[in-house]
Design a protein around this ligand. Structure first.
Ligand code: GTP
Ligand code: MG
Length: 369
């Protein structure tokens, strides 16, 4: 690549010079204003300086002293830069571009990692900070191997999630509310959790459903209650709900299934807030599908500001291969995840979440060797 510095009083003039020297294929790498030099500089105007480059063979059309004005301007032209000066200019330009609107963290293997995170729909700023944190640390040189790269990336993502509460081994709080948008899998997840509590943890479990919105919803939970041999109360109003709480207060675990609503409408959140009891005997999981788009997940979560959401349950992991939206949400709102569900089968398709599992979802399938 041929790189050269040009100066003139106006941008139009300097571009004329660039075109004349390097041809129409030339690209501008940098522009700045420089003070005029020499005697009488106080009377001279500042100059526009442009660094331009062209790939060889450059279609150079040297104009040889064609006019007086050209001659005058060429006297301001400096000699070609030394290699070191050019490299410095290029380095400055690159760091300037990286720190502005270009999110690319560089080239080579790091840029490939970054692209993978972007393909996973991770927020570009978060993706960049993850990749650059690996760069800065100068990790051992086994990063050329796919496994090594995956491991490093997983560790960095995990680091972002570690501060938040994950998993839910001991269902210690009596009342566990499952809230969330329509059709994300609240009832199915309630059944999976109940099955695990009854069959594996030998807990005394009951169901309450406040979902009287759809007839089929009650039948759906009744079926699970019957199979698992656990009692179920249907709460049609606040009074019913208070009675159900009283009835089951000595149970080890009461799973409270709620109606799926369009929670972008605040009135539904107010309804929920009036019905459910939020105290230290209860915790509330917001159930979200991993197939949702990040802006939608984010809007829903933000609508839940008045309800104490203790953790997220992400469902339908089996229906997507991009997990960046989930990571964006967790990092942005400092949230942990209790469970991930990965299929329709009750009770099997559920696993306890951890930062490692979440991070690995993002890095699995990293295509670069
Ligand atoms: N693929 C897949 N499907 C799931 C998962 N969890 C639930 N489903 C399915 O999603 C559909 C809706 O599940 P429900 O449990 O009824 O969802 P809900 O949130 O209770 O729905 P509403 O009460 O109507 O808001 C059903 O067909 C479930 O079998 C999952 O992890 N993966
Ligand atoms: Mg339901």
């Amino acid at each position: 690549m041929k790189v050269k510095k040009f100066q003139a009083v106006t941008m139009a003039d300097v571009m004329k010079k660039v075109k004349s020297e390097l041809g129409t294929e030339a690209v501008v790498l940098n522009t700045k204003t420089v003070k005029a030099r020499g005697l009488f500089r106080r009377f001279k105007k500042d100059l526009i300086e442009v660094i331009a480059a062209v790939d060889p063979p450059a279609p150079v059309q040297r104009k040889v002293k064609s006019s007086k004005s050209t001659k005058a301007l060429s006297s301001n032209e400096s000699a070609p830069l030394s290699n070191e000066a050019i490299m410095n200019e290029l380095r400055q330009l690159r760091s300037m571009m990286e720190s502005k609107n270009d999110h690319s963290p560089g080239t080579g293997k790091f840029s490939a990692w970054y692209e993978h995170l972007i393909a996973q729909e991770l927020d570009p700023d978060l993706a960049r900070s993850i990749v650059q944190s690996i760069d800065q640390k100068k990790w051992p040189d086994n990063t050329g191997q796919k496994e090594g790269m995956e491991r490093l990336l997983t560790a960095q993502i995990k680091k972002h999630l570690n501060p938040y509460p994950f998993g839910h081994k001991h269902l210690s709080n009596t009342f566990v509310h499952l809230v969330g948008p329509t059709g994300v899998g609240k009832t199915t997840t309630a059944a999976k959790l109940a099955a695990d509590a009854v069959l594996n943890q030998k807990l005394n479990v009951a169901f309450i459903t406040t979902d009287t919105y759809r007839i089929a919803a009650i039948d759906q939970l009744k079926t699970y209650a019957k199979i698992l041999n656990v009692p179920l109360e249907v709460a049609y109003n606040l009074e019913d709900y208070e009675q159900a709480i009283e009835k089951y207060k000595d149970f080890d675990l009461v799973l409270v299934d709620t109606a799926g609503r369009n929670y972008l409408q605040t009135s539904y959140i107010e309804e929920l807030n009036q019905l459910l009891k939020f105290d230290d005997t209860s915790e509330t999981f917001l159930v979200l599908s991993l197939t949702s788009k990040y802006p939608d997940m984010n809007s829903i979560y933000e609508k839940f500001q008045d309800i104490p959401i203790s953790k997220i349950i992400f469902t339908k992991e089996d229906e997507t291969s991009t997990y960046g939206s989930a990571i964006n949400l967790l990092v942005r709102h400092k949230l942990g995840v209790a469970y991930l569900t990965n299929g329709q089968n009750v009770p099997d398709d559920i696993e306890e979440a951890s930062p490692e599992i979440m991070a690995r979802k993002v890095t699995e399938g990293y295509p670069h060797a």
